[in-house]
Design a binder for this molecule. Structure first.
Ligand code: HEC
Length: 143
């Protein structure tokens, strides 16, 4: 193989590797410097407005005002939490059992068994309305 061919093959491989790394890390994390994310706040339905009160009391300390995230927890206005990747069951599970850190580097989420299922349902309604207003919609989960 000629030297120029070898070089172009090498740079192609390098590009592929860089793309792969970007794909993996880009899917899993967001630089912490970009959190809180910018959120467009929509006019809420009655049920979501109720969910916001519960969210502010129980979740906002870590997941941020309007789901924008904080230095202690991830933003819900993020494609990772679209309903195809984290359906409503993930919210019930998170509250009852807590979450082992896997998408981010914030550490584990402690369980919140004091928050009832009905309350989580309202919180999810609120989160979904925030997501929708910011272009985060159902994407089939393929990983
Ligand atoms: C003490 C901080 C803290 C509080 C309070 C908190 N969370 Fe979390 N939560 C986290 C962290 C950190 C993660 C991310 C774990 C990871 O994937 O790395 C997380 C992840 C989640 C997830 C994703 C679960 C999954 O399957 O990946 C859901 C859903 C969630 N939280 C819901 C809630 C709800 C609802 C509330 C309020 C009732 C709440 N959280 C309160 C810290 C918190």
């Amino acid at each position: 193989m000629s030297l120029t061919k070898q070089i172009s093959l090498f740079s192609l491989l390098l590009l592929l590797a860089a793309g792969l790394i970007f794909y993996i890390t880009g899917n899993k994390t967001q630089p912490e410097s970009m959190i809180p994310v910018t959120v467009k706040v929509p006019k809420l339905s009655f049920k979501a407005a109720n969910g916001k009160i519960l969210y502010d009391a129980n979740c906002a300390a870590c997941h941020g005002a309007n789901g924008a995230g904080t230095q202690s927890g991830p933003p819900f206005v993020h494609t990772i939490y679209n309903p195809g990747h984290h359906d409503d069951a993930a919210f019930y599970r998170a509250a009852s059992q807590g979450v082992q850190s896997h998408h981010w580097k914030f550490g584990n989420m402690p369980p919140r068994p004091d928050v009832t299922r009905a309350q989580i349902k309202a919180i999810v309604t609120y989160v979904r309305e925030l997501q929708l207003a910011n272009g985060i919609t159902y994407k089939k989960h393929t990983m």
